[in-house]
Design a protein around this ligand. Sequence first.
Ligand code: ADP
Ligand code: 5GP
Length: 185
Amino acid sequence: MSRGRLIVITGPSGVGKGTLLKSWMKRHPEFYLSISVTTRSPRPGEMDGKHYFFRSRSQFHQMVENGDLLEWAEFAGNCYGTPRQPVEDQIRRGQSVILEIELEGARQIRQTFPEALRIFVLPPSMEELEQRLRGRGQDSDEAIARRLERAKAEIGAAGEFDVQVINDDLEAALSRIEDVLCAPV
Ligand code: ADP
Ligand code: 5GP
């Protein structure tokens, strides 16, 4: 059986990665969307084991020490990481796996899985990004400021990725992702 592909989706917080991937997974349930571990508190409506595995800092660091994470990074004051086992299992079974992770994690994956396809999602403008972060209404002003600061650095690294997708119109962005992921390899 041929191995599945590893696909990395990165882009600034609030650009719409979660929204794109929700629609993507409805249309393409054959992909496996990795569930990350985080030390951040759940937002209203987020469920443990569905959106993230919510863990304490000490639990998170234990996972790092045990080698349980494929990659991990700190983002805006919290830790985030990808559980190794499910990703490796799915790829071995021939299923394509999507990781939705920030820049530092994407760089780590480039070292460990150079064959991974890496996509960067860009906002139409910084103003629109700020509006989306505020419109989501789930982060404090301080958290939004930290995320916008980090966004500038992340956007500056978009050229490191194999593909850049601007999430202006959602359908157009989805169809661009479709072109990339469903093209023959
Ligand atoms: P991320 O996962 O990248 O942090 P989200 O998916 O939570 O971002 O999206 C942030 C906000 O932007 C949400 O309120 C979402 O509804 C909105 N959004 C996402 N994509 C678009 C788009 N193409 N046009 C307008 N608003 C969008
Ligand atoms: P949020 O707090 O908005 O859910 O996520 C903040 C950032 O963490 C986003 O850029 C998201 O892509 C990233 N992220 C989520 N899970 C992981 C992970 O497992 N590893 C890394 N490196 N980043 C992650």
